[in-house]
Design a protein around this ligand. Structure first.
Ligand SMILES: [Zn+2]
Length: 396
């Protein structure tokens, strides 16, 4: 948090309070803004006028046109700038999106990533996609957020332990700055973005997201703050040991959670991983599995039920540790969610000591993962900008 050392800082801090109050919420009159922020009418009105001048707030047309005496309402203007979100969480497809500051997706461009692609190959694909994305765009770009399925060390800008090895050991910040010719770059773990995409409109959220992709990621939101831990690596759930015997994980051990829940692990155990490797999409494979499950194919039923069982047990453990108000399950196997969803809550209740008394809501979100990344990325970038770029923006 900024220290309130001088008048400018106080004004900036008050302006941020007003923006956060209006962003993702209905419009308010200037008197209501003063009341809800606890500021005097004149200082809140002054700051609101500056924010209108700078294009961050807008005066609601409807409140003006309804005639003479009604006080004008102010709302957040999400289109004052766009975020570019580069989604590299998936090993086979990259996405580049334009998202406005209200987290509305305006445009998406995708590009194929091959397992043989070098870092240079991927850089040129991103560059080409960006040319396509920016065609005809005149709204200012606030910055670039890059979603990555990796441990990212923010103090050294280095990527560790990434699902795509070409990014490991790379200074991703300088690469993204060069590619987009933009100084303001934020790199974030994909699971962290998944929880940001699901909690921005809830002011007191304590929620956990489980982002199922090649691995099992966890996003942790405590009292509306993203929790990332001392080194930024919190939420690595995939290597938690849930069973003694299995094939060996890439970490060298057996029994890791990522060998039981994700779609790839199911494909592997059913002897069908080749279909995914040959190009069948995750979404299509998950659909096929759902159908085969409903058709009564025993090996599929047994294996999908095992994934469901392990998911329920994991939620039970997390409920006891975090006591969240909600779990959000999302990711690339959403076409199987209708099969998995019934029963997970019961498994969670059976395994948790406390779930019967302190239930958590369990939501299965079938939004495609790349859209979750774009929304979470825009949210992450805007919040960082409030602390890094906003003061300069309104002081100019
Ligand atoms: Zn492991």
């Amino acid at each position: 948090m900024k220290k309130l050392t001088n008048t400018m800082d106080i004004r900036v801090s008050n302006a941020i309070s007003i923006l956060q109050m209006l962003r993702h919420h209905p419009s308010k009159t200037k008197s209501k803004i003063a009341l809800d922020t606890g500021l005097s009418f004149s200082s809140s009105s002054n700051i609101a006028s500056i924010l209108v001048d700078k294009g961050l707030l807008k005066i609601d047309e409807n409140s003006l046109s309804t005639g003479g005496r009604k006080a004008a309402c102010l709302s957040f203007n999400g289109d004052f700038a766009y975020a570019v979100v580069l989604d590299l969480h998936d090993n086979r497809t990259g996405y580049l999106g334009l998202v406005n500051m209200s987290n509305e997706i305006k445009k998406i461009v995708s590009f194929e990533i091959k397992s043989s692609d070098t870092l240079e190959d991927i850089q040129s694909k991103i560059s080409e996609a960006n040319d396509d994305l920016m065609k005809g765009v005149t709204i200012p770009i606030i910055g670039v957020c890059c979603a990555i399925a990796a441990v990212f060390l923010a103090n050294s800008n280095i990527v560790l332990s990434c699902s795509n090895p070409v990014f490991e050991g790379v200074n991703i910040v300088s690469i993204v700055r060069d590619l987009f010719n933009h100084e303001f770059v934020v790199i974030e773990n994909d699971a962290n973005l998944s929880i940001l995409a699901h909690s921005f409109d809830d002011d007191s959220a304590s929620k956990i997201s489980i982002f199922l992709t090649q691995g099992v990621g966890m996003g942790i939101m405590i009292n509306n703050q993203l929790y990332t831990g001392k080194d930024g690596i919190a939420g690595e759930l995939g290597h938690m040991k849930v069973r003694g015997e299995s094939r060996t994980c890439k970490c060298g051990h057996q029994g890791c959670l990522r060998l039981f829940i994700p779609l790839e692990s199911i494909a592997y155990d059913l002897g069908e991983i080749k279909y995914l490797e040959e190009g069948l999409s995750n979404m299509d494979y998950a659909s096929q599995l759902a159908k085969r499950y409903l058709d009564g194919e025993s090996p599929v039923i047994e294996r999908v039920d095992l994934a469901k069982q392990k998911l329920g047990e994991t939620l039970a453990l997390l409920l006891d540790i975090f006591n969240p108000s909600e779990f959000i399950i999302c990711g690339n196997m959403s076409n199987l969610f209708k099969i998995i969803e019934p029963g997970v809550k019961e498994i969670c209740r059976d395994y948790s000591k406390l779930a019967k008394t302190f239930d958590a809501k369990i939501t299965f979100d079938t939004t495609v993962p790349n859209k979750i990344m774009l929304i979470g990325g825009s949210e992450r970038l805007f919040n960082q900008w409030l602390y890094d770029g906003f003061e300069r923006y309104i002081s100019d």
